[in-house]
Design a protein around this ligand. Sequence first.
Ligand code: NAD
Ligand code: WQD
Length: 335
Amino acid sequence: MNILVTGGAGYIGSHTLVTLIEAGHTPIVVDSLHNSSRVSLERVAQITGVQPNFYQLDIRDKAALSEIFSQHAIDAVIHFAGLKAVGESSVKPLLYYQNNLDSTLILLEVMQAHGVKKLVFSSSATVYGSAPIPYTESSPAGQGITNPYGQTKYIIECILRDVAASDDSLEFTALRYFNPIGAHSSGLIGEDPSGIPNNLMPYIAQVAVGVRDTLGVFGDDYDTTDGTGVRDYIHVDDLAEGHVAALTHSKPGFRAINLGSGNGTSVLELVHAFERASGRAIPYTILPRRAGDLPEFYADATIASQALNWHSSRTIDDACRDTWNWQSKNPQGYN
Ligand code: NAD
Ligand code: WQD
């Protein structure tokens, strides 16, 4: 299939390009490069031997996006493009609502005009807000979301549900990612945050490689195994395979499906796993809790296995090994 991949130069997008190409699909990438580098696409070509079609474009440019749909017979869309920094979204809420909502609305209009029916959307476990754990797809969503970024994911899901309800032939899948980590086993592509990393794994990796001195651990007084926050970390290549599975098992209507491992790992468990994988010590200090953080959440991953015949197969140790391979070969990311 010809798959339009918005945000395809980014972290999850670039890994999904490799999986799509290896599954015999033809990706057409659209990315503004706002938070990514075209080097990731060169690396995808190095891994797969295929140079993906690439258009540098903000997908809110409706005329230019429409032109791409006219030039390629698009069968389906995977929509990764969006701003994702949780803290920044509270400082610049309009930027986040504008970018994430407008880009999705324009994409849906262009898909409709060109008769493209299949969409896979990057949603997030953040839509569960304060729901009880483990999160299942029937857990209440949209309550207790603590930041505008998370709200955009929830609102987009509502939009997709309404649009799908208006036309029986549409096939929309929202994949609710838990915490993506890891890198392609080649070490050629990986996560390359700009500035100080917001997320745990890239921070650990930068401490291990010597770019940063010490990890700050946000709280050790939660009611968890060792007092630190617990999350469901999922290898980015498992996530990438989940997208191909979502296309393969696409069906009419709107569906939201968890992509997680079903297991919780604490901050300190991840730190120690990374120390084993890298052979480096990760110095850390305990800091106060970070505002908005939940103590613990993880997925119930049953629906993904039933509806998509997908489950995560890579371990935390695999993810630490692959992240270290990427970070040690690319200490400054793609620069
Ligand atoms: P990323 O920032 O690496 O990739 C997103 C890409 O979208 C970037 O390359 C950026 O340049 C591009 N982009 C943003 N706005 C655009 C626009 N208007 N037009 C064209 N391109 C645009 O992020 P990622 O980690 O790969 O995440 C991909 C998607 O998954 C995002 O929607 C994110 O919200 C979602 N998600 C990520 C995580 C995570 O922890 N990484 C978790 C859950 C959901
Ligand atoms: C994980 C754990 C922190 C950094 C965020 C978004 C979520 C999703 C994924 C997009 C927590 C602790 C972290 C650090 C730490 N993104 N931590 N020191 O907060 O679960 O989820 O990214 O949809 O929406 O909210 O991920 O990696 O930031 O934190 O101790 O320097 O690591 O407190 O317990 P989070 P994270």
